[in-house]
Design a protein around this ligand. Structure first.
Ligand SMILES: *Cc1c(COP(=O)(O)O)cnc(C)c1O
Length: 404
């Protein structure tokens, strides 16, 4: 947690309606990180990290999608990963560090966002560990085709094995000293906080349409990083009436909201697989933000959970009725918003991934083929390179040293 969460000045909110995404993000970043880095450097980092559109699209009366998937890997994690990469690069240069090694374990989307965020960043080398045969074809293409400072490591094991290898590496003091290890998961503040920028931007876009009261926002949730960033935005003064946490069948947070009981458990596989998390790593941040009050948390956040069947049928129905194509994660958030929204409220749901990233599932729902955007198709045409390793730490350690 940051030591303090700054309140943004009233002037910022009265101007927000005239401001573009980079101006908004610069002001928010300055309030959050302004003591640690010169303002012009920070402004440059923000501009560079957010160089793609984040449109608010009307889906139906009173209900909008905030499309967070127009970045290089077609999912919202690009925002945090690109910002973090540029921040880290700045500090590495400032401190004249020789070389820094980023380790990231991925079940798919995190690896592609982090790898693309760090691609070509000087002085930093990234190892992406992924479970062999358990990430989708498109996801694999997004981190195995990059080369340069990005190394893809295919582990003969599960995602948990990859995560365990990364944890063992962080515990190995000698390895840490030798390689300057750093993590790139949403537990890292520089990756998770920038996600607050687009909540302000969404609000500004609604305000331009004359809507600035009774706004509620629905967030498809797994590790709860995205939702927590929204709660930070609210704490910084953004007038959001209520948040909605949308879960798939991995519903530990939903259960906590209902009952006050928090029972982490192993995840189960669903169609919205980037939300298949059984022990969300940002849950403690939410507790801390609300001083451990279940009452305060459940009055700011309502929870919903959906089965694969419900997700599939809403993708089909919305496509048929309005022509809007949801991905399975956005679909969860849309459905939660539909159930939660009362008369007089305006709702935004976060569309976190491009539907083409989940091509097979989405096509099965709507019964027709969908087009793959050019940027996504480009990954598929390139040569893939990976280093294959068994899941024991000794082999991984040796490979890390040899490759660095
Ligand atoms: C990571 C991810 C989520 C879940 O976000 P959290 O911050 O982990 O709650 C939702 N949708 C997509 C497409 C993702 O990649």
């Amino acid at each position: 947690m940051p030591e303090e969460i700054p309140l943004l000045p009233a002037g910022f909110f009265s101007e927000i309606v005239h401001s573009g995404v980079t101006d908004i993000a610069r002001s928010v970043a300055r309030a959050l990180f302004g003591d640690d880095i010169p303002h012009d450097e920070l402004a440059r980092i923000v501009t560079d990290a957010l160089n793609f559109e984040i449109p608010l699209v009307r889906v139906e009366e009173g209900l909008y999608a905030l499309e967070l998937f127009h970045g290089p890997t077609f999912a919202f994690k690009d925002v945090g990963a690109r910002f973090m990469a540029r921040m880290l690069s700045y500090f590495v240069q400032q401190q004249g560090q020789e070389g820094v090694t980023v380790l990231v374990a991925t079940s798919g989307d995190t690896g592609s966002a982090v790898a693309n965020g760090f691609l070509g960043v000087e002085g930093i080398r990234v190892f992406v560990l992924y479970p062999s045969g358990k990430v989708s074809d498109i996801q694999e293409a997004q981190f195995t085709t990059l080369g340069r400072n990005i190394v893809a490591v295919e582990i003969d094991g599960t995602f948990d094995d990859c995560q365990a290898l990364v944890k063992s590496a962080f515990m190995d003091e000698e390895l840490n000293r030798q390689l300057n290890l750093t993590s790139a998961n949403s537990i890292n503040v520089a990756r998770f906080l920038p996600q607050s920028f687009y909540y302000f931007h969404a609000f500004a876009q609604l305000a331009r349409l004359g809507i600035s009261r009774e706004v509620i926002i629905s967030v498809p949730s797994g590790n709860l990083g995205n939702l927590t960033a929204g709660l930070f935005a609210k704490r910084m003064g953004l007038p959001i009436k209520r948040f909605i946490a949308a879960n798939n069948r991995n519903d530990v947070f939903w259960e906590y909201l209902q009952s006050g009981r928090y029972l982490p458990r192993p995840s189960v596989q669903t169609i919205a697989n980037a939300m298949d998390v059984g022990s969300p790593s940002n849950f403690d941040r939410i507790l801390d933000l609300y001083s451990y009050s279940h009452e305060a948390i459940s009055s700011d956040i309502s929870g919903y959970r959906f089965s694969d069947g419900e997700i599939e049928s809403v993708i089909k129905r919305v496509h048929k009725e309005s022509g809007y194509l949801l991905d399975p994660h956005g679909a969860c958030a849309y459905l939660a918003l539909k159930e939660s929204k009362r008369a007089g409220e305006t709702g935004i749901f976060l569309a976190t991934a491009h539907p083409a990233k989940f091509k097979e599932s989405v096509e099965r729902c709507i019964g027709e083929e969908i087009e793959i955007p050019e940027g996504l198709a480009a990954f598929m045409k390139k040569n893939r390179e990976t280093i294959q390793l068994p899941s024991d730490f000794g082999s991984f350690r040796k490979a890390l040293i040899n490759l660095s």
